[in-house]
Design a protein around this ligand. Sequence first.
Ligand code: HEC
Ligand code: HEC
Ligand code: HEC
Ligand code: HEC
Ligand code: HEC
Length: 489
Amino acid sequence: MVDRVRSRHNTIRRLFNYANNPITITGFIVTTVSALTIIIFMIAELSGGFSNPYVGIFAYLILPALFVLGLIIMPIGMWRRRKKLLATGASLEELAVYPRLDFNDPHLRKIGMTVLLLTAVNAIILGSTSYLAVDEMDTVSFCGTTCHTVMQPEYTAYQQSPHSRVRCVQCHIGPGASWFVRSKLDGLRQVWKTAWGTYHRPIETPIHNLRPARETCEQCHWPMKHHGDKLKVFATFDTDEHNTASYTAMLIKTGGGSLDLGRHGGIHWWHIYSDNKIMYYAADKHRQKIVWVELTTPDGQVRTYTRKSDKLPPIAEIKAKARVMDCIDCHNRPTHLFKKPDHALDDVLAAHPDMQQLPFFKKIALDAINKGYKTHEGGMTAVQRAVLTYYQQKYPAVWSASEKLVRRAADAASRVYGRSYFPAMKTDWKTHPDNLGHRDFPGCWRCHDDEMSTADGKHTIPQDCDTCHIFLEEDSPKPPVFQDLMAQQ
Ligand code: HEC
Ligand code: HEC
Ligand code: HEC
Ligand code: HEC
Ligand code: HEC
């Protein structure tokens, strides 16, 4: 009995002795510090939560990994020291001696205090620098520029979008730990692909693992808000000598609201609010060819719409892959919109009436932009030069009278190119269809083509022009009068 107790004591002492080596001590420090930091993070999380999604990956992924790493290297150090000691001929009895720690010894006391102090300092440093590192990863410039070429198209479009002050992670990750971890695991795969250059050009869309958009978009856009109708004026310009203008004004029935709130209807209410639920199945990867749609109405009726001309896969496959319609099924380019150069030039001309006076400006700029260049920078310079050269050679009078204006117009044309074409990533406005509207891509008409009907033919997804908007002016040569009134406000 006594023997057994003594042998247990000896084992513990031996372990202490083995532990007295740099590797094990390092492991011990790593484990303790990460454990302490995890606890600090947990307390901080409980007392308010983090708004920053990267804190999650650090606190719950990297720190635990360090913690485990420390635990793993501790026994390795002990095993090595044991081997070494035994090799020097030490007996197991000798090894069972505790290292003598006498804190009356001032020298040892000093060392003890220093170790204690350094550990505390370490914990603080590790905690705060890692917090800063996490914060840095969260910034737009980290996401947008670290892999410069890869993200250039999305970053460029983003900088000029209504969301240019929204951080990438707010849409791509959103709050909460689980999506965070998912997206980061995917991020590791992406870093790997970037390092080896095996990523897709263009970067693939749709993003399959983007979390349901409502959870992210609705952090800022209140879902039940009734938007009413949205007034929109489309100004278009011809490619003739006078850049002839034409204006279309319409009220888009954005709507919203809910049955409970009383005020409801319009585009938003019909597709996303809990009152109605729309599921759909697309036959292609880019979700451009929609072949099956199911609507569940507020009173629980389920209607299925299909086209007679479409071949459908088995219903089991449809049910398994059908997607619940959410914000990004219409707003799929809320921030990375690669504008069609034609429309982008219309916007430039609408915003700068003086440029409308430059003969053939739209035609010259459009031809130069759509010509095709090897590099993004090369294209931007070439477009600018093409516009300048044109006026210098063909309209020397315009050039000498309004050189400044021509230069501004050339810069604007060059920027239009810069936003629409990214040769290195094989990305341009055609590779990423915009699903809002039906101007250049099928968009709303993927379903609203008057051909998707229920089997009994009673319901059809309507294409009538006043379903979604009301025209106030159509192809008018002058800007609508109310536009001037609004501008004066
Ligand atoms: C307002 C929300 C929002 C913000 C902010 C945002 N994105 Fe996106 N991003 C999206 C949506 C929506 C998609 C397309 C989703 C789909 O169609 O599946 C997307 C797609 C992408 C893609 C895939 C390629 C493509 O063009 O479809 C990349 C890469 C990307 N974003 C990078 C970024 C970077 C980098 C930032 C910050 C500089 C950023 N995003 C900021 C919403 C956002
Ligand atoms: C962090 C807040 C935030 C998030 C998240 C966010 N938005 Fe926005 N969004 C804004 C703000 C702010 C504006 C207004 C910008 C302005 O008027 O300059 C805006 C504007 C818009 C507009 C109007 C654009 C226009 O041309 O007038 C649309 C559409 C939109 N957001 C859709 C979305 C969608 C879809 C998502 C999710 C993928 C999303 N937003 C996520 C803050 C956000
Ligand atoms: C069925 C398609 C569709 C869906 C789904 C959809 N929207 Fe919209 N949304 C539109 C259209 C169309 C407009 C009018 C904008 C335009 O043409 O410029 C609009 C306008 C907006 C605007 C600008 C409102 C204004 O008056 O300026 C915001 C913000 C917006 N949507 C956010 C969202 C959010 C957030 C979701 C998801 C919860 C969502 N939308 C889902 C089609 C849709
Ligand atoms: C995935 C298919 C799908 C897409 C894409 C889609 N819708 Fe719809 N939409 C429907 C269905 C289904 C209904 C209900 C049709 C019915 O009444 O039987 C509907 C109804 C509507 C209604 C109400 C019609 C009415 O009877 O008053 C409006 C308005 C509308 N959609 C606008 C839009 C706009 C704008 C877009 C594009 C930004 C769009 N939809 C894209 C499926 C779709
Ligand atoms: C399912 C909804 C829907 C239907 C049906 C619809 N539109 Fe539209 N339309 C839109 C939306 C949304 C926009 C705004 C797009 C944007 O903001 O860029 C739009 C924009 C337009 C524009 C201005 C942009 C452009 O293409 O020059 C015209 C013109 C237009 N629609 C014509 C029509 C005509 C004609 C019909 C009838 C055959 C029709 N629309 C039916 C949703 C619809």
